[in-house]
Design a protein around this ligand. Structure first.
Ligand code: NDP
Length: 252
């Protein structure tokens, strides 16, 4: 077990990619506190699934965009399980639409959830990890940070900023043996990508050299690696996990 007795927080853990990460971390022996915003049924079903598999997971409801809520969740996790060792900032939203018609609320919610949520949870744990002189922070970015499509100015800006933030924070925390990395997924089969998949699923598959859409488990495996002792000498990196999509080739 690669994460035995570690205490992990995974934001946006109840569905999609985060759910995959929660299950993988619990299977590797971590105690996993995960954050969800509103879908309690999904959160409850995940706790049941992890428990049945012999793991430990607990759901915490909060809006990652709220700084005070982030502090409270981290305090509650530490009161129950002790110091947090691993943070995965995964919670994210999209509000796609062409820029000229974008409403300020659509800009703000994407920036405040994706980037603001990452800031809030990093802010809540960074000093604690630095004092422990160990820890892992993993931010879930997107290939859209570098290879974007029309209609995603808000989303691309949030993910590009997450990549820059990851490198900058990595430099600050490296002296304390805390690593900070990002994962940039390609097209992953989750609720978030459903609309795009319904409209252009076949075209997307043709753009992916490995000829399949990604699954949450593909990202979870990378997140386990970056959280594990095996990744101790890796920091400030953005690991792309996209089946080769960002290579820009047409699949043969
Ligand atoms: P989903 O929409 O499937 O799941 C989103 C999760 O985040 C849910 O658990 C949701 O909880 C939670 N969440 C959303 N907003 C908040 C909030 N304000 N506070 C707390 N929790 C919140 O998304 P994915 O699994 O597809 O995406 C996960 C991450 O991966 C995101 O950062 C996304 O940008 C990134 N990504 C996804 C790709 C894809 O193809 N799917 C590609 C590249 C990156 P609830 O259900 O309670 O609302």
């Amino acid at each position: 077990m690669r994460l035995k007795d570690q205490v992990a927080i995974v934001t946006g853990g109840s569905r999609g990619i985060g759910r995959g990460i929660v299950k993988a971390y619990a299977a590797e022996g971590a105690k996993v506190a995960f954050i969800y915003k509103g879908n309690q049924a999904a959160a409850d079903s995940l706790v049941a699934e992890v428990t049945q598999a012999g793991g430990i997971a607990k759901a915490h409801q909060c809006d990652v965009a709220n700084h005070d809520d982030a502090l409270k969740v981290v305090e509650a996790v530490e009161a129950e399980w002790g110091p947090v060792n691993i943070l995965v900032n995964n919670a994210g939203v999209i509000r796609d639409g062409l820029f000229v018609g974008m409403r300020p609320e659509e800009w703000n919610v994407v920036i405040q959830t994706n980037l603001g949520g990452t800031f809030n949870f990093c802010h809540a744990v960074a000093m604690k990890l630095a004092r422990q002189r160990k820890g892992r922070i993993i931010n879930i970015s997107s290939v859209a940070a570098e290879h974007t499509n029309p209609g995603q100015t808000n989303y691309a800006a949030s993910k590009g900023a997450i990549n820059s933030f990851t490198r900058a924070l990595a430099v600050e925390l490296a002296g304390r043996s805390v690593t900070v990395n990002a994962i940039a997924p390609g097209f992953i089969e989750t609720d978030m990508s459903e609309n795009v998949r319904n409209k252009a699923g076949d075209l997307i598959k043709k753009m992916i050299p490995l000829k399949r859409l990604g699954q949450p488990d593909d990202i979870a495996k990378a997140a386990v690696f970056l959280a594990s002792a095996d990744a101790a000498y890796i920091t400030g990196q953005v690991l792309t996990v996209d089946g080769g999509l960002s290579l820009g080739a047409v699949a043969v």
